[in-house]
Design a protein around this ligand. Structure first.
Ligand code: FAD
Ligand code: NAI
Length: 466
């Protein structure tokens, strides 16, 4: 007799949400976690700490640069970085406690230790030199991802840091060199720029934010440059040395050519993340990986070993917390005999900078490549009343709709609170809605979301305020 119906390995947003949903569906569930605290990358060294620092550093910048023009007169704000780090830690602790509470509330056993799959229905949990074997009907692998490293560049988390070190620097570096113009580089680059660093971003490709809509990325790059970011696109860092005082980064054009040396005080390596399967014993157990080291699954999250499933960053798809959560729910429902499902066409992506960037569905580049005829509706925040009165008019909303059916295929927003605004597009797209549906939906005035409605009107060439 199996002790559990389900054992989930990993308690990130994929794992703990899967455990909660399975418990709601009547299963007896345990989670296995090797980290000292629950919550995975997201709560401990990812989404949550980065958003806490983004919020605090934004307030610092606002106090320094925006208060005066609104008639709020204060003396120049001073940075108390230890207090800001404490603010971040309180946020982490609060969320970790929240997950502990959810485990208790749902009667989920928390097994502290490293999980290893011995075969169908058997998980070994090891901690402090001791191990026990747990029997279970089903296993879900939710072990997430780890930072991708650059050959020859040793991360010490002090001067050459990954996102983890960049979330805990003891002072704002004079010069921060960021390798990789992806989400982490732009978010954490923003944090340290606001706190006083000169930030240069070196990116291998000839654009920032690969995968996002090209026009959005170009506009956003211009906005970041106005804020003080420097970009070196089409370039790669081939080595970082120290001369005692400073770090010397050797940078070459991606296509080859003469190298140059750039000095920095801290180098942040953020060139992506890789699936994490160390110590799980997958090969011996017969769980296959794909050619990129991700756990191979079928359309129902099943691996190549009976009774073993996988979700989140450790499998294919965007490495996003909400994608992991939705997969966690779907696999729990499948195990309960329901029709668990994730619609991969409607997974929003948000960059939590100022302004924010958000996106759902297809980009123009993807539609062109697929040969889909589409119409574009665009509306700038300069023409949105609320944005005007708040004097935060950077950015625009862009809606891509099928030229024949008017069905919305993609929505891309650069602007304050873009990460909140994208969800009306998500709901619309889940219901297969058209630009006309959105254009005829009453939006409260004055809100930034009116720009979404106006962009939908613009698809039919009838925006009112433009
Ligand atoms: P994880 O959260 O990585 O959790 C995996 C867990 O498994 C860990 O706790 C690990 O200790 C445990 N584990 C691994 N192996 C074992 C084992 N053998 N035994 C026991 N336990 C094990 N995503 C967003 O959607 N929004 C954001 O704003 C965002 N910001 C981010 C910022 C940063 C700096 C980083 C690094 C990532 C960010 N992400 C963000 C990505 C997000 O953190 C991940 O997509 C998400 O955490 C993946 O969830 P997961 O459950 O698959 O894995
Ligand atoms: P990323 O994949 O977003 O960006 C990495 C960037 O580095 C790319 O632009 C890539 O072209 C570039 N690059 C790769 N090799 C390079 C090299 N040798 N030299 C220079 N540039 C190079 O990865 P990132 O920023 O590390 O984030 C990892 C993951 O974490 C992402 O997949 C993202 O989904 C997730 N994340 C999500 C956040 C959010 O949703 N707001 C925030 C932070 C992370």
């Amino acid at each position: 007799m199996a002790t559990y119906d389900l054992v989930v390995i990993g308690t990130g947003p994929g794992g703990y949400v899967c455990a909660v949903r399975a418990s709601q569906l009547g299963m007896k569930v345990a989670v296995v976690e090797k980290n000292a605290s629950l919550g995975g990358t997201c709560l401990n060294v990812g989404c949550m700490p980065s958003k806490a620092l983004l919020h605090a550093s934004e307030m610092f910048e606002e106090a320094a640069h925006s208060f005066a023009k609104m008639g709020v007169s204060i003396s120049a704000p001073k940075l108390d970085l230890p207090a800001m780090m404490n603010f971040k830690q309180q946020g982490i602790d609060g969320n970790v406690k929240g997950v502990e509470f959810l485990m208790k509330k749902n009667k989920i056993d928390v097994l502290k230790g490293s999980g290893k799959i011995l075969g169908t229905g058997k998980v070994e949990v090891s901690a402090d030199g001791k191990s026990q074997v747990i029997e279970t009907k089903n296993i879900v692998i939710a072990t997430g991802s780890d930072i991708a490293r650059l050959k020859g560049i040793e991360i010490d988390e002090k001067r050459i840091v990954s996102s983890t070190g960049a979330l805990s620097l003891e002072k704002a570096p004079g010069r921060l060199l960021v390798i990789g113009a992806g989400v982490i580089g732009l978010e954490l680059g923003s944090v340290w720029r606001r706190l006083g660093s000169e930030v240069m971003v070196v990116e291998f490709l000839d654009r920032i934010l690969p995968g996002m809509d090209g026009e959005v990325a170009r506009q956003f790059q211009r906005i970041l440059e106005k804020q003080g970011f420097a970009f070196k696109l089409g370039s790669k860092v081939t080595g970082v040395e120290s001369n005692g005082k400073a770090l010397l980064a050797k940078i070459e054009p991606a296509a080859g050519g003469a190298a140059e040396t750039i000095e920095a005080d801290v180098v942040l390596v953020c060139i992506g993340r890789v699936p994490y399967t160390d110590g799980l014993g997958l090969k011996e157990a017969g769980v296959a990986l794909d050619n990129r080291g991700r756990v191979q699954i079928d359309a129902h999250f099943a691996t190549t070993l009976k009774g073993v499933y996988a979700i989140g960053d450790v499998v294919a798809g965007p490495m996003l917390a909400h994608k992991a959560e939705d997969e966690g729910v779907a696999v729990a429902e499948i195990l309960a005999g329901q029709a668990g499902h994730v619609n991969y066409d409607v997974i929003p992506g948000v960059v939590y900078t100022t302004p924010e960037v958000s996106s759902v569905g297809k980009t123009e580049e993807e539609l062109k490549q697929a040969g889909v005829a589409y119409t574009v509706g665009k509306f700038p925040f300069t023409a949105n009343g609320r944005s005007k009165v708040n004097q935060t008019t950077d950015g625009f909303v862009k809606i891509l709709a099928d030229a024949k059916t008017d069905r919305v295929l993609g929505v891309h927003i650069v602007g304050r609170e873009a990460g909140e605004m994208i969800h009306e597009a998500c709901v619309l797209m889940e219901f297969g809605g058209s630009a006309e549906d959105l254009a005829r939906t009453c939006h409260a005035h004055p809100t930034r979301s009116e720009a979404v409605k106006e962009a939908a009107l613009a698809v039919g060439k009838r925006a009112i305020h433009m």
